[in-house]
Design a protein around this ligand. Structure first.
Ligand code: ADP
Ligand code: MG
Length: 250
């Protein structure tokens, strides 16, 4: 009664592990054969979805996992909360729009970028997170190895490219050209979300040529939403709190 070697073989060769793991248990719970098959198939579908989310999160290279649920909006009162939360249904990815988070260090820009990336992975989008420095160093290395086209095509396969910390280091001309290529190839085709400590007016300081800065900003902002972060660094606050740990109250 408990042995179904042929069914097990078929489920294995069809790669249906959730059905394989559950067919006996569900048979004891559901009598109608169509309901039975429906329930087993649903288990397989949800297992596959779970595996897909896990694989996409792994491929995104998040340095840590952050969620929007753990983001304290009361620390960013100038942020339009409802509009910001709308991003998390990821229609902006579907519409190939961009997100730009601007503000001083420690105000939660990277946290929000990571949370956006996580939401996009959950909704089935391919995501890649990197710092601007990592992105540009990778592109320069690829260019010198004659692999630039391949690298650019790999980036194009990402539905959402998260570029963190744009503006922390000034760019050489070569890097600017490469950044421009990445942004203009994605323009109206895939989404970019970036975090930066620089106001747009200061972008000319990190680009060797003001025209290049303007060209990149134009493409990012044309179909993009800009969110301004402000206030004190949460990192400094945490450090201070650590030092006065027994003092208690903030
Ligand atoms: P930024 O990228 O703007 O420099 P981060 O996102 O790295 O800042 O934030 C620094 C630390 O403070 C992170 O651990 C982050 O999770 C936390 N943090 C910052 N702002 C908030 C907030 N509003 N709510 C919860 N955690 C926050
Ligand atoms: Mg950051």
């Amino acid at each position: 009664m408990d042995q179904h070697p042929l069914l097990e073989l078929h489920l294995r060769s069809l790669k249906l592990p959730a059905m394989l793991a559950n067919f006996r248990r569900v048979a004891g719970e559901v009598a109608d054969p169509v309901d039975y098959l429906t329930q087993l198939a649903a288990l397989e579908v949800s297992k596959r979805h779970e595996n897909g989310v896990r694989a996409r999160i792994g491929a995104a290279h998040f340095p840590v996992i952050k969620t929007i649920e753990s983001f304290d909006f009361s620390l960013q009162p100038q942020l339009p909360k409802a509009k910001f939360l709308e991003l998390f249904d990821c229609t902006f990815v579907e519409q190939h729009r961009n997100v730009i988070c601007i503000g001083p260090p420690g105000t939660g820009k990277t946290h929000c970028l990571l949370a956006l990336g996580l939401a996009a992975c959950t909704r089935g989008y391919r995501v890649l997170f990197l710092t601007a420095a990592e992105l540009l160093m990778g592109l320069i290395a690829a260019k010198h190895e004659g692999q630039l086209d391949r690298k650019l095509r790999a980036l194009e396969r990402q539905d959402l490219l998260l570029i963190d910390e744009l503006g922390y280091i000034p760019f050489e001309r070569e890097a600017t050209d490469l950044l421009f290529q990445v942004i203009s190839r994605r323009y109206e085709r895939q989404s970019v979300a970036i975090s930066t400590n620089l106001a747009f007016t200061d972008w000319t300081n990190i680009f060797p040529d003001p025209m290049a800065a303007t060209a990149v900003i134009d493409r990012l902002v044309h179909h993009g939403s800009v969110f301004e972060f402000a206030g004190e660094s949460q990192r400094l606050k945490t450090r201070r709190r650590g030092k006065t740990a027994n003092g208690g109250q903030d």
